[in-house]
Design a protein around this ligand. Sequence first.
Ligand SMILES: *[C@@H]1O[C@H](CO)[C@@H](O)[C@H](O)[C@H]1NC(C)=O
Ligand SMILES: *[C@@H]1O[C@H](CO)[C@@H](O)[C@H](O)[C@H]1NC(C)=O
Ligand SMILES: *[C@@H]1O[C@H](CO)[C@@H](O)[C@H](O)[C@H]1NC(C)=O
Ligand SMILES: *[C@@H]1O[C@H](CO)[C@@H](O)[C@H](O)[C@H]1NC(C)=O
Ligand SMILES: *[C@@H]1O[C@H](CO)[C@@H](O)[C@H](O)[C@H]1NC(C)=O
Length: 268
Amino acid sequence: MALSKRKKRLILLLYALSAALLTTIVVVLMVVLINQQNDFRHTFISRCEGFEGYDCKKLWKVFQQAYVGKSACKVPVEAYDPLLAEAPIQPACNRMMFWSRSKQVVHDFTEKTDCFITLEDTLLGSVLDGLSWCGKENSKETFTNNCPGWDECENNPVRSFWKKASAEYAHAACGGVTAMLNGSISPPYNSSSIFASVEVPRLNSTRVNSLTVVLVTQENSVSNCTNGSFEVLQKDLDEGIKYKCKEVALSWLQKCGSKPNPTCGPCW
Ligand SMILES: *[C@@H]1O[C@H](CO)[C@@H](O)[C@H](O)[C@H]1NC(C)=O
Ligand SMILES: *[C@@H]1O[C@H](CO)[C@@H](O)[C@H](O)[C@H]1NC(C)=O
Ligand SMILES: *[C@@H]1O[C@H](CO)[C@@H](O)[C@H](O)[C@H]1NC(C)=O
Ligand SMILES: *[C@@H]1O[C@H](CO)[C@@H](O)[C@H](O)[C@H]1NC(C)=O
Ligand SMILES: *[C@@H]1O[C@H](CO)[C@@H](O)[C@H](O)[C@H]1NC(C)=O
């Protein structure tokens, strides 16, 4: 059965249209991929340039070498050794704040008072805070979508970076250090947290003389300073580091932190 001329033309037109559509889709996908990569690079460099005295383009290169071309679950902590060697964590004695399960509250507090710093205030911590990234085998690209989640695999690029940076942050700590923990969870000191597994074991009594736990409490709090997990914390601490625990109500923290406090007098 021969097709009429009109039908043939229609079929040809449909072929041409679908080819055009396919090409458009491929081009759009490529543009999205390139933009993803450029947006991430741009964020990295522009955040980095907020700090003085660093070669941000070089840091970007060294950073990429940790994960580019690797499968997203095969980036070990050591992959970031060169990056941390290029931009070591600067110690700030008596001002270093640690946190676990209290990120928002800690940063609201430290931003307002300007008396403490957290890892996210250091160059690398600030550059990578809130970002997600990974590479792929046989690819030179940086991806920001569909990267493994924090708990999806142990050696993912984001988790390994934070473990390395946290280790260096704790290693650099000196004087009196403070840790804000969450009284609404149990146990507040959890051995599988970065704070317990990476940071506490690296506080060295030759440099750190005290650790003050600020346990932030709310109406729904379940834990206080007598919680058994704090006995584990004291065992984990290097001998010679004095330990203190203070229960501080969130409402008080917010009130105290919002007042001008030029001398950095304590809120606890
Ligand atoms: C403690 O954890 C709970 C549950 O994740 C959260 O809702 C609360 O805001 C946290 N408290 C602080 C002080 O961060
Ligand atoms: C400690 O934290 C991990 C990860 O958030 C969680 O899965 C685990 O249940 C916690 N441990 C305890 C004893 O609650
Ligand atoms: C603390 O530092 C000293 C000297 O640098 C070292 O010998 C010691 O092993 C360190 N202790 C811990 C707990 O890291
Ligand atoms: C601390 O919590 C325990 C229950 O975990 C409770 O028995 C105790 O009274 C609390 N202590 C204070 C000082 O609130
Ligand atoms: C306190 O710490 C212990 C761990 O020693 C834990 O099993 C317990 O559930 C914690 N929480 C409360 C609210 O007592």
